[in-house]
Write a protein that binds this ligand. Sequence first.
Ligand code: FAD
Length: 422
Amino acid sequence: MSPGWSSGAPAADTVIVIGAGPAALCLAAELTRLGVPVRLISPEDPRRPWPNTYGIWGPEVDDLGLSHLLAHRWQDTVSWFGPEATQHRVDYGLLDRQALQTHWLDASLGNGAHWQRGQVLGVRHGPEGSWVMTADGGELPARVVVDASGHASCCVERRADGPVAGQAAYGVVGTFDRPPLAEGRFVLMDFRTDHLNPAEIKAPPTFLYAMDLGQGRFFLEETSLALSPPVGFDTLRQRLHRRLAHAGVEITAVAHEEFCLFPMNPALPDLSQQLLAFGGAASMVHPASGYQMGSLLRRGPALAASVAAGLATGLVPRDLSAEAWQTLWPRERRRRHALYRFGLEKLMRFPEARLRQFFSTFFALPQEQWFGFLTDTLPLPALLGAMLQLFARAPGDVRRGLLLPEGRELRLLSQLINPPGP
Ligand SMILES: Cc1cc2nc3c(=O)[nH]c(=O)nc-3n(C[C@H](O)[C@H](O)[C@H](O)COP(=O)(O)OP(=O)(O)OC[C@H]3O[C@@H](n4cnc5c(N)ncnc54)[C@H](O)[C@@H]3O)c2cc1C
């Protein structure tokens, strides 16, 4: 669909975006809206349906004026951190993948952006621009290149920073011989362990993430928040089946299985590199929750505006990238990121009972605090305030667990004062 590209001098003001996932399409759409010539490159057609199901809190899409992009929305949102259910009182939604993809495709490919099939092997840079090297031996010139190739990025550079923890989940969309959860309900975290024996309770904790999809279909997913190495799919599948058997529920038909694994706490990219990045490639997954979609929608326009302004004012690519990286990862946000990563390090060490107590305290915080924490929408002082309040309210065992930072935790705390980056 796109005219062939030729090698040579970087094309005037063209931006190449690597990838065709949510991050690539989001940024391509925002850049195209600003009149920037965009070329996407990915191995698969960007119109191919995405495989993952993406959840997001209702108020996030409302604030963005995008609530029409939800396929489902639940008012009844609950968790279990003990025998009693905790009502969250904030509604939750599942994005309509096709509608979101079309929303971004219309604004990008439908508005003048081009796409080329290709597997990117690397990017080299010069003072006037960059060249994207592809598996078929091509070298595609651009003024600026944005790597949106996901968590296993082909090209972005980041400091080695110890083992990366993975969020792992095994899920089933299907029908059941009786409803596995109340009609019209969304379950964020069901930490009940009645179905496990004492040895299993000592193993890394997992929880159920579940929702009623209507018309007799449910999506149930056994999830490990984060661990390095990650909890295996066999364990997660077995635990889901045990949980269902304990509740006396049988799966009658499986419409879809989800195998979910992605890194939660990679280090930030090197912000001095000429290559830009967005999405998983730019470490944008929230290190304590695993969410990213709201962040893409909120941060895409500013990154695109920075790139467009740099091109319009004729900044040399290295300076343009330096400004754009600062827009995506300003100092304050990097400090918040260090704090979230610190929090995750702590949570990963918590035994099951302490983890439940922690979440019980966390979700008893004022709504704007826990919601702002999970969506990364609190400024740093408010975030610190929320974390201090959590500490003050937490039972003794959780407090003791939050004290005495060690190893990487200490490094992350120091980044709160002096975050990585220029
Ligand atoms: C199963 C699953 C469920 C998730 N659920 C949620 C959720 O509910 N809510 C939420 O906010 N987040 C969720 N996440 C986390 C995160 O939002 C997703 O991982 C999201 O897909 C990341 O988007 P991305 O565009 O950065 O990367 P990806 O979606 O991984 O897309 C990467 C793109 O780059 C292309 N690519 C890769 N390598 C190359 C290369 N060398 N050259 C060219 N192109 C390349 C790929 O083909 C693909 O098109 C989930 C993740 C997973 C895995």
